[in-house]
Ligand binder design. Structure first.
Ligand code: ASP
Ligand code: MG
Length: 409
């Protein structure tokens, strides 16, 4: 008998109709002889609606009370779901985070799971065959309700799968799996059958919103096999697993892009010890995450420094950097929000030469200028003008042979 964790996201349980459909699906799985631990998100849009309500009272709601409020979204879905399962003649039991003994630290709004005491869950699974746990929530050492951060139900599911040593963790969503690029811009995008945790981490952090990145880190750490698939069809989705030799045969597994970064450039920066620290220290202290940093070799004691930050932090960064600029005698700080980062990803890159040059060649053929480049073992990223994003993604997808033969070009 297998133990399966199935997580259903907001759109999968977005209406009463959908909740009934999911209940049928879970019962089928249980009838095939599995124990099914179901983790649910709030019904689509509910968490946002709750936050909106709190904003009608105050712009900065008390974090403890906001967590109590947000956790109600998942309470609604697990209770309705359990009712649906029971009304179909199968046993089920709903558990909130504290009942499932999901213990977290005390950081409201972005708590981390510390331990899970699986006794109650296992007891209920033995008794009912199906148990529904509220995603996204836990309890701290003082028994306060905490939430794990937006999209946190994925992490609940993976953490439970790890704690219970489940045979499989299935993440049900509204897409068929992880695609070689965004199907909305490239009709030839193809569903990937198998992908490594590391590749998935790159896909997740670069804007493919299928899986919450923290859940992938968790899955990698505890070696939990993930199956990302659609709750709207029966098709197999994407397996996210440990890297295998087989995966290295594929040079590039996907093309991703991110339009949410902005670029800051400081020209004529004095090249001496301590300058980088002076510039970045206030930025880091403000909690701003700097992504790419490029510094030129200096000419006559001066250099140029360019880096990228999230668009949301752009204005703040410019203000901070301008403050330092005066101090160190730099008079030009320029910024650009109209940029995009386009990246190719693949564990196969480790063993294949010439991938970077093929990427640059492809972009040059389209007359797209590259303004920054960064590489890692399994990824190459180029910053380009935002208006060329779609063109670049399609060209790279084609150049690396990722297209689906069956789809229209
Ligand atoms: N309901 C929460 C959110 O909307 C958690 C989740 O859906 O994973 O962020
Ligand atoms: Mg999600």
């Amino acid at each position: 008998m297998a133990l399966i964790v199935q997580k259903y996201g907001g759109t999968s349980v977005g209406s009463i109709e959908r909740i009934k459909k999911v209940a049928e699906r879970v019962i089928e799985s249980s009838n095939r002889g599995n124990k099914v631990l179901v983790v649910l998100s709030a019904m689509a849009g509910q968490t946002d609606a709750l936050i909106e309500q709190s904003k009608e009272i105050t712009e900065s709601p008390d974090p403890r009370e906001l967590d109590v409020l947000m956790a109600t979204g998942e309470q609604v879905s697990v209770s309705l779901f359990s009712m649906a399962v029971k009304s179909m003649g199968h046993d089920c039991c709903s558990l909130l985070g504290f009942q499932a003994a999901i213990h977290t630290d005390h950081i409201y709004g972005k708590a981390r799971i510390r331990t899970i005491d699986s006794k109650r869950i296992l007891r209920e699974l033995d008794k009912n065959g199906v148990v529904a746990v509220a995603g996204f929530q836990g309890i701290d050492e003082k028994r306060n309700i905490t939430t794990l951060g937006r999209g946190g139900s994925d992490t609940t599911a993976v953490a439970l799968a790890a704690a219970l040593k489940a045979d499989m963790c299935e993440i049900y969503t509204d897409v068929e799996g992880v695609f070689s690029t965004d199907p909305n811009i490239c009709s030839r995008a193809k569903k990937i059958d198998r992908i490594s945790y590391d590749e998935m981490l790159e896909f997740a952090s670069l804007g493919a919103k299928v899986l919450d990145i923290r859940s992938v880190e968790f899955a990698k750490k505890f070696n939990v096999p993930l199956h990302v698939r659609s709750s709207f069809t029966e098709n197999e989705g994407t397996m996210v697993v440990s890297e295998t030799k087989e995966m290295e045969k594929v040079m590039v597994s996907g093309v991703v892009f991110d339009k949410n970064e902005a670029r800051v450039t400081m020209a004529h920066v004095p090249d001496r010890p301590g300058i980088a620290f002076k510039i970045f220290e206030p930025v880091f202290r403000a909690g701003i995450v700097v992504d790419m940093i490029v510094q030129n070799t200096s000419v006559e004691g001066f250099t140029d420094l360019t880096f990228t930050v999230p668009i949301a932090d752009f204005q703040r960064t410019i203000a901070l950097v301008q403050g330092v600029a005066k101090d160190i005698g730099v008079d030009t700080v320029v910024g650009d929000e109209e940029i995009a980062k386009v990246s190719i990803i693949g564990v196969g890159m480790r063993n294949h030469a010439g991938i970077a040059s093929k990427m640059f060649e492809t972009l040059s053929k389209e007359n797209i200028n590259i303004s920054m480049i960064s590489t890692s073992e399994i990824k190459i990223s180029c910053v380009i003008e935002e208006k060329y994003t779609e063109l670049a993604v399609r060209a790279l997808h084609e150049a690396f042979g990722l297209g689906d033969e069956k789809a229209e070009a």
